[in-house]
Design a binder for this molecule. Sequence first.
Ligand code: T4K
Length: 402
Amino acid sequence: MTSKRSLDDLALYGGEPAFAYPLHVGCPNIGDRDRLFDRINDLLDRRWLTNDGQYVQAFEQAVQSMIGVRHCIATSNGSSAIALLVKALGFSGEVIVPSFTFIATAHVLYWQGIKPIFCDIDPNTYNLDPDKLASCITTETSGIMCVHIFGRPCAVEKLMEIATHHSLPLIFDAAHAFGCSYEGINIGNFGNAEIFSFHATKFVNSFEGGAVVTNDDELAKKIRLMRNFGFEGMDNVISIGINAKMNEVSAAMGLTSLECGKSFIQKNRENYECYRRMLEGIQGISLNIYQELDDFNYQYIVVEIDAALSGTHRDVLLDILRAENILARRYFYPGCHRMEPYRTLQPNVGARLPETEKLVDRVMCLPTGTAISADEINTIADIIRFTFSHATDIKERLVEIK
Ligand code: T4K
C-alpha cells in the first residue's frame, strides 16, 4: 500500500518516492544463470564465437520447432531481420505500414530508400486497420508490412486477402509477438515471412537479437546468404549481403531464455491478472484485455487513460509515476509520422490517421516481467487511484506552477 495521504506526499511535489529503485517497463528476464554460464564457458573453450556457430544453429532449431515453421534465420537484432527481409523481397517505392509502432519499422524502410506509407489503425486492436489498407495502395506500392503490436495478432486473414487481391507481398513485424498465436496457428507462420526481436526488453531475449521466420524455402535461402555478405562457401559471393549474424553468446542467452520462456509467460500473466484486479473500478483507466482463445505472451501491460473520465491527462500521470520511480513508457508516442524525417517529408499525413492520433495521447505501458512483485503492482495501482481521486487539486497545482 502506498503511504500517500496528501498531495505533498507525491514525489513530484517533494514527497519520498514510493520506490527507492527504478521499476522498468522492459526490465530483462534473466533465466537460468548456471546454464548460461556453462554455455558461455563451452563456447569460449571451443573458441567459436560467431559465424553460424553451434548455439546459433541450436537456437534456430529450437525456434523452428516451437513455432512449427520451416525456417528460422537468427540475426543480430530485429531491425536487421526486417532489413534483410525487405531487401530479399525486393521492396522499393512505397511500402504500407502502421504509424503506431516502434520507429524501427519505418526507419528500416527509409534506410533502403523506400517511402513508408502510414495507414491508420483499428482502435480496438491498435493494429493496422484492413478496411483502410486498400486506400493506401498506389502504383508505387511494392509491399505491406503489418505489426502485431504488443503481441496482439493482426487481422491476418483479411490482410492476406487484400494482399493476394493486389498481388502484393505481405510481411509481419512480429517483434512483440513471439509465443503468440492467431486462431490456433503460431505467429511466425503468416504472410511471406515474419520477424521477431529478441532484444533485452523482450520476454525471451538474446541480449540483442532477432530472426526472420518463413515457410518459403527460396526466401529463406536468400536471406541466409544475405545475412553473411552473400557468401556461399569460403570465397564465393553469389549475392549482395551484409553482416547481420547473431553471435554465439547471444544465441546461448537466447537458448537459455527460450528454455525458461513458459515460466516467463506464467509470471507475465500473473502480473497482468494482478493489474487487472487492482485497476478494476478505477474510473478513467482501462487495461488492454486479451483474447483468451489464443496463446499470448503478456509481455506488455498496456493501459489507456481517459482524461475526461479520470480528470488527469496521461502525461500528468506519467510525470507522477516517474517521480515515484515507476518508469512507465508512452509506447508508441507520438507515432512514426510525427517523428523525423517523416514529419518533415509528410507533414499532413496525420489528417488520415485519426485513430493513431487519438491513441498516442492516451496510451501507456506499465512495468512488468519477472523483476516485479504483486506488492509493487499494488502500490502502482494505489498511486494511480490516489492521483485520479486528487485530479482537481493536481490540476490546480499545475496551473499555479505555470
Ligand atoms: N519492430 C518493433 C515493433 C519493435 O518494437 C522493435 C523494437 C523493433 C521492430 C526492432 O527490434 P530490435 O532491433 O530492437 O531488436 C525498446 C527496445 O530497445 C526495442 O527493442 C523495442 N522494440 C522497443 C519497443 O523498446 P527503447 O528505446 O524504449 O529502449 P530502452 O533502452 O528505453 O528500454 C526500455 C526499458 O527497459 C527502459 O525502461 C529501461 C529498461 N531496460 C532496458 C535495457 C536495454 C532495462 O532495464 N535493462 C536493459 O538492459 O526501445
